[in-house]
Ligand binder design. Structure first.
Ligand code: FCB
Length: 455
């Protein structure tokens, strides 16, 4: 039997293959949708700053307004209710609630999240929060050197404890970091993301501080909340471009730097020896006791999956064959790898229950005008259904996954790509900020309704 028959997906049968208590959601992040960048006392973030540096963002845009979710969140919650979602993953903007990243709290900022959480609960949607989705208070970068400074670890733990103390009883989960690999590598090594540095040694030191801040934040939050606590990691599984030993080694090293560099300290209490040897003098400074602090028991593991990487012998990535095509980001569509990777995680790490905290595609969507304007995003429906089929298969092979969050609810600010890449189930017209559910939103709504019919 072909467990992953992606050619003939029957949405009704697929929906019924998920356990009755499986949860369906969408994900967003503060910097990408909120706007109101300098309103009600919010401090600047490193992304507010980065967007203002010429050449950093492809379309020269910024996040001053973004999707204006800060003012339109009620409409957005109503959209989610219309889709029948069980849950919603969003992030707190640290500089909105603590403008300088230390010292005074901003009550007006907390009040926004209070209103958001209340309206989600009223709509019957469980709020899942992330504390750090890349928008570090700019003041911490200027005054302390951002994540390069070990002092930021304690600042983050304080912030985490304050959010947990105020909101923990109303949150379905709290994740410390979103994708620490991206914060460290894209922010400090490749300069694609804020703050735009170009040093591998810095990036690995930052990664260590992120890990330490994760562990310390979990410990600090445990003292004040019973909310389930975890972390969100992005996994882009690495494969050799050919069966040659050199390509295999390059893929293995990348797996060490991308997957195991984060999984191993969290779940095994050590950095992977092969990757550590490979980075040589760029290895981070690790103080006595750090690895024990990082390895905190977790209630869940969030996995973000989009694509894979293929490696040639020189350690550079090679474009895959794209049997199922590529997304508008140029990312190869590989649902089989999604299934395989989840099974690998279950077997190699025996992690706590997993959530797919992000999965989705950018597509060159456009609105078809007429009496009933619509967005016929058949590519996204194909991507979504193939990945859900893969997820169902992985679960039947032993991966303990409890929920799925599509990335993203809305088209939004896709970091250094600006507003050009559309990931949403809901189209956003950036001139009017009008929201229009795409065909994929209806597909997801009907899929969730099918699943619910069996509960
Ligand atoms: C992930 C990010 C998310 C979004 C998607 C496309 O790496 O967590 O904010 O940009 O990619």
């Amino acid at each position: 039997m072909n467990l992953l028959d992606l050619e003939r997906i029957d949405p009704a049968a697929l929906a019924k293959s998920f356990p009755p208590d499986f949860r369906w959601g969408v994900a967003t992040s503060a910097a990408q949708i909120e706007g109101a960048a300098f309103e009600d006392g919010k401090g600047a973030s490193i992304w507010d700053h980065f967007c203002r540096q010429p050449g950093r963002i492809k379309d020269g845009s910024n996040i001053d307004v973004a999707c204006d979710h800060y003012h339109r969140f009620r409409e957005d919650v109503a959209l989610m209710k219309g889709l029948g979602l069980d849950c919603y993953r969003f992030s707190f903007a640290w500089p909105r609630v603590q403008p300088l990243g230390q010292g005074a709290w901003n009550e007006a900022g907390f009040a926004f999240y209070d209103r958001l959480i209340d309206s989600l609960l009223e709509a019957g949607i469980q709020p899942h929060a992330t504390l750090y989705h890349w928008d570090l208070p700019q003041a911490l970068d200027e005054q302390l050197g951002g994540w390069l400074s070990r002092d930021v670890v304690a600042r983050f733990a304080d912030y985490a404890a304050e959010v947990a103390r105020r909101f923990g009883s109303r949150l379905a989960s709290i994740a410390t970091h979103n994708e620490p690999w991206c914060t460290a590598t894209l922010g400090y090594e490749t300069a694609q993301f804020a703050p735009g540095h170009t040093s591998r040694a810095e990036s690995l030191q930052v990664a260590h501080h992120l890990m330490l801040s994760h562990g310390d934040a979990v410990a600090a939050m445990r003292a004040v909340t019973k909310a389930p606590l975890g972390i969100v990691l992005n996994h882009t599984p690495s494969f050799p471009a050919t069966p040659n030993e050199a390509d295999r080694r390059a893929a293995r090293i990348d797996d060490g730097l991308n997957v195991r560099w984060y999984m191993d300290p969290i779940f095994r209490g050590a950095y992977p020896a092969d990757a550590l040897e490979h980075v040589g003098a760029d290895a981070p400074r690790i103080a006595a006791g750090d690895l024990e602090r990082i390895r905190q028991p977790l209630d869940f593991l969030g996995i973000n999956f989009y694509t894979r990487s293929l490696f040639g012998a020189d350690g550079k990535t090679v474009k895959g064959p794209g049997k199922r095509g590529f997304t508008d980001m140029g990312w190869e569509i590989v649902p089989e790898v999604f299934a395989q990777h989840l099974v690998r995680l279950a077997r190699e790490y025996n992690p706590p229950p997993m959530f797919i905290t992000e999965n989705g595609m950018a597509n060159a969507d456009s609105v078809v005008a007429g009496p009933q304007p619509h967005v016929p995003d058949v590519e996204r429906i194909a991507y979504l259904s193939a990945h859900l089929q893969a997820l169902s298969t992985a679960m039947s092979l032993g991966a303990d996954v409890r929920g799925y969050f599509y990335w993203s609810l809305l088209d939004n600010f896709e970091w250094n790509s600006g507003y050009d890449k559309r990931f949403g189930l809901v189209h956003v017209d950036y001139r009017t900020l009008e929201r229009l559910p795409k065909d994929s939103a209806r597909w997801y709504r009907d899929f969730i309704a099918e699943h619910r019919a069996r509960r």
